[in-house]
Design a protein around this ligand. Structure first.
Ligand code: NAD
Length: 263
């Protein structure tokens, strides 16, 4: 291992995102995997994570404890585990990338407090293209948002636990800020009446193994503008998380965004 290689720890290592991260770390000359953490009742704790994921021995065991030695941690797990790891990173002064979504407001607040001690980059979507979608959505909402009916539609695999997706929530916040309205409506049912201007509709579809799609619809009289992103695999999210991990090395404490490293 070269001295200049960045030592990465992954939490949620045997999950869908963990598996893609570990596979991409193997192919990255700047990164090496030194820790793979998963839930305390995982049936394969103590086994080589590479053998668990079917990519051959990697020399890193799956553990429930958070071992020493990582230069940076990447978390794609569940909100409770995210906060537990964040506290450890704070105590050890190690930067942290958080991809986990569905954090409650108080969990987000604690993460922001921890980011006063270490560098933290938390993003509901690590894909470069989705972050460009966010920028384009802000531009479009500023230009035509006040005269449009704006609806956000997301599709994800049926295993997804939180709804709507963290990305859809962020897109709704971006639109709300741009048009000066907080009237976010989740789905519609019953005799809801005519759609008022300024409402931001959010709709979550759960279908098959879809890795994630987001569309922002701007409905005008006589025309419609749609901005869409479709993930074809999880690699766009995983590559973004690895770029974020590299970006955080040597950074001062603070809350960073994907736009900080994309700009
Ligand atoms: P997953 O269920 O496949 O993986 C989660 C992993 O975390 C599992 O291996 C699980 O055993 C592990 N885990 C659960 N509890 C734990 C604990 N207490 N300690 C340690 N590990 C624990 O889910 P996934 O599809 O990989 O997604 C994980 C998270 O990442 C979700 O919140 C999802 O919404 C989010 N996500 C974010 C992005 C992004 O770009 N930011 C992209 C995809 C998914």
């Amino acid at each position: 291992m070269s001295d200049r290689m960045i030592k990465v720890g992954i939490q949620g290592a045997s999950g869908r995102m963990g598996a893609r991260l570990i596979d991409l770390i193997r192919a990255d000359a700047e990164l090496t995997l030194v820790a793979a953490v998963d839930r305390p009742d995982h049936p394969r704790l103590g086994d080589d994570v590479g053998l668990i994921l079917g990519c051959g021995s990697l020399g890193t065991k799956l553990t429930a404890e958070i071992p020493l030695g990582a230069d940076v941690w990447i978390d794609f797990s569940t909100p409770g585990a995210t906060l537990a790891l964040a506290r450890v990173c704070r105590d050890r002064k190690v930067p942290l990338v958080v991809g986990t979504t569905g954090l409650e407001p108080e969990e987000k607040a604690e993460l922001a407090e921890i980011a006063r001690s270490i560098a933290v980059l938390a993003a509901p979507n690590m894909s470069r293209a989705v972050n460009l979608l966010m920028k384009l959505t802000a531009d479009a909402a500023r230009a035509i948002g006040r005269e449009s009916d704006i609806e956000i539609v997301e599709r994800h695999h049926h295993f997804k636990k939180d709804s709507p997706s963290g990305t859809a929530v962020r897109l709704a916040e971006i639109v709300a800020e741009a048009i000066g309205s907080n009237a976010i409506v989740h789905g519609r049912s019953g005799l809801v009446g005519e759609r008022p201007r300024g409402e931001i509709g959010v709709h979550a579809l759960r279908v098959g193994d879809n890795p994630g799609e987001h569309t922002v619809v701007f409905g005008l009289m006589g025309e419609t503008l749609e901005l869409s992103h479709r993930a074809l695999s999880r690699d766009g999210f995983a590559r973004g998380a690895l770029d974020a991990a590299k970006f955080l090395i040597g950074k001062p404490a603070g809350s960073y965004k994907m736009s900080d490293l994309l700009e």
